[in-house]
Design a protein around this ligand. Structure first.
Ligand SMILES: *[C@@H]1O[C@H](CO)[C@@H](O)[C@H](O)[C@H]1NC(C)=O
Ligand SMILES: *[C@@H]1O[C@H](CO)[C@@H](O)[C@H](O)[C@H]1NC(C)=O
Ligand SMILES: *[C@@H]1O[C@H](CO)[C@@H](O)[C@H](O)[C@H]1NC(C)=O
Ligand SMILES: *[C@@H]1O[C@H](CO)[C@@H](O)[C@H](O)[C@H]1NC(C)=O
Ligand SMILES: *[C@@H]1O[C@H](CO)[C@@H](O)[C@H](O)[C@H]1NC(C)=O
Length: 508
């Protein structure tokens, strides 16, 4: 147990985590503004300059501004060693571009954000009785309670997750009568925009367990595989089963008639959070390890790492990949196609490029939205001053270019085989013809020998005997018998030509 706690609270892991996550929480925050208030009552206001701090000081609720955009949001963040990790946003899709306040409406008891006296967003939705308070708890849950009805919870931030799952939060759904609830995570659009992004993560229960499923724009993108309670791991998240994460999370799923959900808790003193990043990965908050998809899912591998297999565009091969580069595209040969639609995120642009056969790379605007796809000849120049990376399509080993070579080789071999085959066939045909010719020649001679004319021609000389005394000999046997017409075998020369003596008996 000491080892486990040691690993989870190990300052080194926290340091690594801090470094990798500071990045996400940008601008507008001043941690000196800790006012020490934990609770607000109807009519009280939390302005841009105020904040709520949980009892133990673990969490802070207040407004923050994303510098790159001038938009402001109400959010909850965790402070450790002056590092800020945001865990919840009240108004991801209703940003303020003016100052605002958080208050509980003094007549309706609705928790709301107003700006210059105008309601920007109703956070809670139930009109309530008189004694109502909103408290930021040490778990990170912001809870609106009606104290007149046995401390009934009217609304709580844990029921409305954004992109982060904290210990005690639920992922799944409730079908209890009168309170249908759906708990899922939704990624930010980009590192700068809390706006609902391209990815959501749900818990999908099965008979004996359940699994985490990430959707991209409504389509299944990644699945965790079933949660094994005994081994405390998901099939497709091997990192969860090894140290150090193994000892920090206690994974659990609940399944009853009213609720089916996944939840986890951490060991004492360790802050854990699972965050669904704008690029559809899950970051784990006790160290820098990413759990879930380790890279973008291209949808071509059998789901060894949980990526859902989809149909590969015809022009893409299973080894093709986008590689991130600190560079800029050179527009001399490549053509950039701009789409400044601010609802587009990096993964949308990647998808667009992936499915366009002419696309060689892409990038997004410096604020992380919009889409520029590049067609034509791929040309780029390293540019370390460029803080916005570009993505270049790199062809894998079995990519189309390579495939062409193999196709050419295969065709060449087939052609060779064909030519050789034809040659052999023709030769065989010729030999057959020769054999046939010889056979016919022989037949003809046989016929000649046995013909009446031939026999008649010999009649006189044969003294009345049937048949003839002439023998038909093959040329080959004569060659053999005369020792290839050798001089030794030559007897002399007459009017018809040379005469040879035979050494063996020539055959017909
Ligand atoms: C939250 O606050 C409690 C009470 O002060 C403290 O014991 C605990 O360590 C804190 N948790 C984290 C994750 O800082
Ligand atoms: C907020 O809720 C009040 C009371 O139900 C309603 O009158 C008002 O129109 C709502 N405002 C917005 C912006 O939804
Ligand atoms: C409201 O409820 C809280 C908590 O139960 C209690 O401390 C407080 O006195 C109540 N206030 C009024 C005005 O009834
Ligand atoms: C912007 O992109 C979103 C998401 O793809 C789409 O729903 C919307 O229609 C687009 N808006 C415009 C003006 O093209
Ligand atoms: C993001 O940047 C692009 C290009 O500078 C701009 O057109 C767009 O409006 C910006 N989006 C937002 C939401 O500010």
């Amino acid at each position: 147990m000491t080892i486990k706690e040691g690993v989870c609270t190990n300052p080194i892991f926290f340091a690594i985590f801090t470094l990798s996550f500071t990045f996400f929480f940008i601008g507008g925050l001043d941690s000196s503004l800790v006012s020490g208030i934990t609770t607000i009552r109807p009519g009280e206001e939390i302005s841009f300059a105020d904040s709520l701090v949980s009892q133990g000081g673990n969490f802070t609720l207040g407004f923050f501004t994303v510098k790159q955009t001038k938009y402001s949001y109400l959010g909850i963040w965790y402070i450790k060693d002056s590092q800020l990790w945001r865990v919840w946003v009240a108004n991801p899709n209703n940003p303020l571009n003016d100052s605002g306040v958080l208050t509980i409406d003094s007549s309706t008891r609705i928790l709301k954000i107003t700006s210059r006296g105008r309601t920007v967003l109703n956070i809670s939705d139930q009109v309530a009785a008189n004694n109502v308070t909103a408290t930021l708890q040490d778990s990170g849950n912001f809870v609106l309670t009606d104290h007149e009805n046995g401390d009934r919870i009217l609304w709580e931030s844990f029921d409305h997750p954004t992109d982060t799952l904290l210990p005690g939060m639920k992922l799944g759904f409730s079908i209890a009568t009168g309170q249908k609830k759906n708990w899922s995570l939704t990624s930010w659009l980009s590192d700068y925009f809390p706006t609902s992004g391209a990815f959501t993560m749900n818990w999908e229960p099965s008979k004996e367990s359940g699994q985490l499923v990430i959707y991209r724009r409504g389509e299944r993108y990644w699945t965790s595989g079933l949660l094994r309670n005994q081994t405390q791991t998901f099939e497709s998240i091997p990192t969860l089963s090894g140290p150090p994460i193994r000892y920090c999370n206690i994974l659990n799923y609940i399944s009853n008639n009213d609720e089916k959900y996944f939840t986890f808790s951490g060991l004492n003193g360790s802050l854990l959070m699972w965050m669904l990043t704008p690029n559809g990965m899950i970051h784990h908050g006790a160290n820098s390890l990413a759990i879930g998809p380790v890279d973008f899912c291209y949808g071509y591998h059998q789901s060894d790492n949980g990526c859902v297999v989809t149909k590969l565009p015809e022009c893409r091969s299973s080894d093709d990949k986008f590689v991130q580069k600190r560079a800029t595209f050179l527009p001399s040969n490549a053509h950039g196609n701009y789409d400044d639609n601010s609802s587009l995120s990096l993964s949308d642009c990647m998808e667009r490029c992936w499915s366009n056969c002419n696309c060689v790379g892409f990038n997004v605007n410096s604020n992380g939205t919009g889409c520029i796809t590049w067609t034509g000849k791929l040309e780029y120049q390293e540019d370390y001053a460029n803080t916005v990376p570009i993505y270049v399509l790199v062809r894998g080993n079995s990519s189309r270019g390579e495939r062409w070579i193999w196709i050419v080789i295969a065709v060449a071999i087939s052609l060779l085989v064909l030519i050789f085959g034809t040659f052999c066939y023709l030769r065989m045909g010729k030999r057959r013809l020769e054999v046939e010719e010889k056979r016919r020649e022989k037949e003809f001679l046989q016929e000649l020998i046995s013909s009446d004319n031939f026999n008649n021609a010999n009649d006189g000389e044969d003294d009345g005997t049937e048949g003839h005394a002439l023998k038909i000999l093959s040329f080959a046997s004569i060659v053999e018998a005369t020792n290839n017409f050798s001089i030794e075998n030559k007897l002399g020369q007459g009017g018809f030509g040379p005469v040879y003596k035979v050494t063996t008996n020539p055959v017909e």
